[in-house]
Design a protein around this ligand. Structure first.
Ligand SMILES: [Zn+2]
Ligand SMILES: [Zn+2]
Length: 149
């Protein structure tokens, strides 16, 4: 329990620093959204709203959307798009990790990136193509989890 509280406090202090550095006020809404995503990685907006409402019963889904978009823009959250699923959010932002999705039950697991920074794949441009500067290679593994196998 003590360890959890400490980790949460450290995280909150870092979020507050980043928010202030970007000219944002450190509000209960922003901290509650960050804490909800931190406790439940790969949460959907619906999950996050339900979790934030325990503490802030009056927050609207629209407000949660706005906060999520802003925090994602600041780099505090990473938004992930997986097949057949609404957007999900996580606080593990800095390591370019990938995701494995179970095609049976939809559960999502983190998969470490062998390279650790984006892009971890570079395309072989065909003759005559106009090569782009690649920023991100989105890798999504799909398969069956142990429960669904
Ligand atoms: Zn499964
Ligand atoms: Zn993840």
């Amino acid at each position: 329990m003590t360890e959890m509280a400490t980790r949460q406090e450290v995280a909150e202090a870092q979020w507050a620093t980043t928010l202030r550095a970007n000219g944002r006020r450190v509000t209960r809404q922003r901290l509650a959204v960050l804490a909800a995503v931190d406790l439940s990685p790969h949460a959907t907006t619906e999950d996050i709203t339900a979790s934030v409402r325990v503490e802030l019963p009056d927050i609207t889904v629209q407000s949660v959307y706005v906060v999520l978009a802003d925090l994602t823009g600041l780099g505090l959250l990473r938004r992930i798009e997986t097949p057949h699923s609404p957007a999900r959010y996580e606080t593990r932002v800095d390591d370019n990790h990938h995701h494995a999705v179970c095609t049976g039950c939809g559960r999502i697991e983190d998969v470490d990136c062998a390279v650790g920074h984006a892009p971890c794949l570079t395309p072989q441009w065909p003759e005559g193509a106009s090569p782009m500067t690649i920023q991100i290679a989105d890798v999504v593994y799909q398969g069956l989890c142990t429960d669904c196998r």
